[in-house]
Unconditional design. Sequence first.
Length: 331
Amino acid sequence: MNSAPDNTRIVVLGTGGTIAGTAASPDDVVGYRAGQIGIETLLAGVSRPPGTRFEAEQVAQIDSKDMTHAIWQTLAQRVAHHLARPEVVGIVVTHGTDTLEETAWFLQRVLAPGKPVVLTGAMRPATAREADGPQNLSDAITLAREPGLSGVLAVLAGSVHDACDVRKANPLRQDDAFASGEAGPLGVIGAGRLRWLRLRGDAAGSVAWAVPSGRPASFSHPALSLPAADWPRVEILTSHAGATGALVRALCAQGIDGIVVAATGNGAVHRELQDALVVAQSAGVVVLCTPRSGVGRAHPQAIDRLPMVDGLTPAKARVELMLRLMERAGA
Ligand code: SIN
């Protein structure tokens, strides 16, 4: 198996999720436990292309709803470590689908990798009669071997997504569990063949949120070294009918660093909530709004009293704000 020259390696990092989940019966696709099967075993279950060596490493073994900043930091450190090895051509990360989009954006922003880092998961546990994990893992390997590719991507159900755009779009359905909003998927993989559907770079993430120019690709983002317990605290609040400023005031009393607002419509915020946020802002809390619809791009207006982030779901905007606060503190 490992007779290939030592200059092409794929590293597969396991973090748990349904792809590593087990249920008592092959018909049970909801009452299972995520994060049970080791990454070596998952990797052994898929056919691997000849001419490439594989390494597996278990970084975590969790249900991704329980993802922590400490695990994110360890994952980013391990990805950075392997990316720096010249023989490694790409990295695959197996992950629960619940927070996959947040991890994808976190890794893209912290590492801006010059090689492919491909996240994948599954909607059905590994013990299911028609488990989707093996095909998704196999597609992720295809993508990670793609010459000339860079950045963080996700592949599920044969669709390739940019880290900026990808989001979980359906809680149960297998084929359309993930989507890329208005941007659409970057490409599709079928029968081991990759076909691109659009160019990267038209999405907010690839352009607006690129690593600041001039920063060397030396993996020096503070999220790699600052103890996770010291990361800025950023919470998400939602604007809705009957919203008030009570939660903003409570968070400010606790010393919150940033608040992301899942706003209505084109970035609108309930008057009472907005008034409290403006007060919080003047006290030094950084506020960022993003449409709660999650799909479609907002059009900021000059009269907006609160800044908007474009093209990121509220969960990704929280990651974005946390990282910006770290960058600002470290500048
Ligand atoms: C998880 O996110 O770890 C569980 C759900 C899934 O992977 O689909």
